[in-house]
Design a protein around this ligand. Structure first.
Ligand SMILES: *Cc1c(COP(=O)(O)O)cnc(C)c1O
Length: 359
């Protein structure tokens, strides 16, 4: 006896997607990005599943990295934004994390530190995203400072793309060009590609890849349907019908009467709502699968429930299974109907939803 709502996490799918990322650029190493609790999939379990074959893990902050070490993960871990305060460097040294350096402040902290062994540093250059990183004209000087700094060992060059998912934009090629130009003459490994970068841009397949969203089976390149075949969705958000009712034409459904029946409709109530992370902004018509049949959401999503059209599904009854997103209804489809992206759907699944692991 339990609320039927859960997110099934297929760890074999995540391993498949990691291998697919590597297969796109076999000579590259990859940092599997598992920040934000592995995009909602559970960082420790995902790390354990990938550890035997992964080159490194990437997280957003030291708290996320410590969680992995405490769970026994021994693989290299990279802090994508580096440290936020200088006192973190002691833990970075103790636990052997790799760190991004993207500001003069971080550079000063690192160079002033006395670690037991030199830090592995990823020097971040801003090639056009204009969020983090040193300006292109500073790149060589900062690299030289790092080289001269006793606390620093290996150095990798990194940058991040703003529009790698837009395959017909020239923005990514421009960022690459600017990055190459400003790092000319520096002998160091290069890491530039997120999922979209490595999938769509040959020129971005360098020494290191940084796949994130693709590990979880959602393609960042929405107009390339072949990627939907290549990647396996890792999360299936599931629930079940808890009520079925027949409504006459003209009857409204749910808060605000957003949907009004245009004909007699059999309506199912599903035990999942926005408090579970299902987007409240999902429009009427958002796809959903009930008992193996694709149908649509009708009416506004409530906190704990939502309503679906069962009219064309034979013999449907209370207890029948519902997939909100997963292998049959792609998270990207739900995202598109909710004016968002798969990233927010995955990271938005709340604590109330148990994660159930397979493999
Ligand atoms: C999150 C992140 C990634 C992964 O991006 P995806 O689009 O999920 O593949 C790569 N690099 C950096 C620096 C990131 O912050």
């Amino acid at each position: 006896m339990a609320r039927p709502t859960r997110a099934r996490i297929n760890l074999a799918a995540i391993r498949h997607n990691y291998r697919y990322a590597k297969s796109v650029s076999p000579s590259s190493k990859a940092v599997a990005i598992i920040k934000a609790n592995a995009y909602g999939h559970g960082a420790v379990r995902v790390a354990q599943a990938l550890e035997p074959e992964v080159d490194a893990f990437g997280v957003a902050c030291i708290e996320e990295a410590i969680e992995l070490r405490e769970a026994g993960i021994k693989a290299p871990i990279m802090l994508l934004e580096g440290v936020f305060t200088p006192d973190e460097l002691e833990m970075v040294d103790q636990l052997g994390f790799m760190i991004a350096v993207h500001t003069q402040e971080q550079l000063d902290w690192v160079c002033a530190a006395k670690p037991s062994k030199p830090f592995t540093v990823w020097l971040k250059v801003d090639s056009g995203m204009h969020r983090l990183g040193f300006a292109p004209e500073q790149a060589v000087a900062v690299y030289k400072q790092l080289l001269a700094c006793e606390a620093v060992g290996d150095i990798t060059l990194m940058t991040h793309f703003a529009r790698a998912d837009e395959t017909s934009s020239d923005a990514t090629a421009l960022q690459m060009q600017r990055f190459k130009q400003c790092t000319k003459g520096i002998e160091a490994p290069v890491a530039v590609a997120n999922s979209a970068g490595l999938l769509a841009w040959d020129m971005a397949r360098k020494d290191w890849l940084r796949p994130g969203i693709m590990l979880y089976g959602a393609s960042p390149i929405l107009d390339d349907k072949s990627l939907e075949q290549a990647l396996k969705p890792a999360m299936s958000l599931e629930s079940a019908l808890i009520a079925v009712r027949d409504l006459e034409a003209g009857e409204p459904i749910g808060y605000g009467a957003r949907f009004v029946c245009d004909k007699p409709i059999r309506v199912g109530v599903v035990a999942i709502g926005y408090a579970d992370g299902y987007p409240r902004h999902a429009k009427d018509g958002t796809p959903v699968m009930v008992k193996g049949v694709r149908t649509r959401i009708i009416g506004r999503v409530s906190m704990d429930m939502l309503t679906v059209d069962l009219t064309d599904i034979p013999d449907v009854k209370v207890g029948d299974p519902v997939e909100l997103w997963g292998e049959h209804v792609l998270a990207n489809e739900v995202a598109e109907c909710s004016d968002t992206i798969a990233y927010t759907l995955f990271t938005g699944v709340t604590r109330r939803v148990p994660l159930v692991y397979e493999n």
